[in-house]
Design a protein around this ligand. Sequence first.
Ligand SMILES: [Zn+2]
Ligand SMILES: [Zn+2]
Length: 123
Amino acid sequence: MTEDFIRMRYPTTCYNCGKLVDQEITASSSRSEVVCSNCGATRIFVPRFEEPASPGEFAPVECYDVWDLLSDATCKKCHVTGPHRLIIGCRNFSTHCENCDYTHFFRFDLEYIPDRDGPADTQ
Ligand SMILES: [Zn+2]
Ligand SMILES: [Zn+2]
């Protein structure tokens, strides 16, 4: 399944356009995204559990504030709908079920910044 299991908005200062606007956050089992609702700057994270871990990976260096958020979602493991904690940094993205402690780790994969200026498109 490729369901969006978390979909939320978080207002914060965008690292790209510098405006205080909603960042649209979606997480599914195959990838997670953070998209600025103003400038469209997109960061994509992919699951990292398949990767051979190198020791340095466990000491992530974050380049700006780490977001620590809560959102209701249905856990893929225990199937309970309840609060999930999202920890989003510039290199890492994780979701944590508060019910069963199931944690899903993602790593930063790529960034996409639309080549446009001017006002935001509202969808
Ligand atoms: Zn922006
Ligand atoms: Zn759970």
